[in-house]
Design a protein around this ligand. Sequence first.
Ligand code: CMP
Length: 139
Amino acid sequence: AIERTFSIIKPDATRRNLTGKINAKLEDAGLRIVAQKRIHMTRAQAESFYGVHRERPFFNDLVTFMISGPVVVQVLEGENAVARNREVMGATNPANADAGTIRKEFAESIEANSVHGSDSLENAAIEIAYFFAGTEIVG
Ligand code: CMP
């Protein structure tokens, strides 16, 4: 089915001017960028977005990293978009990511791993609504 998923190009990638190269990988995977904006998250926004990880030992470092520079938040649309995006991103830890994936090619570490993608259709809807108004998404 045609789905929408939520994506973030993280500060390690915007810092190295990789937005276009990452977007090319997404588009080559059959995903359409139907909404996109560059923002600098506040600490409160990042803490809320990653709220499910609040009890994890890496939570504070993760939030500090996510607000260390601008990010590009995106809505991606396509056939099986949630799973397709997770395939093209590769494993969370770039050391475990398959060849050709975004994280294998670009990620610096398990934390500075260049992209975020929703892990389920349900979370995709929640994450999209967190950053985008319906009128900003043009399919
Ligand atoms: P993301 O898909 O954005 O979801 C949560 C993020 O936490 C993850 O990508 C990583 O950037 C980060 N993360 C996950 N596991 C670890 C870990 N063990 N140490 C540090 N950061 C992590």
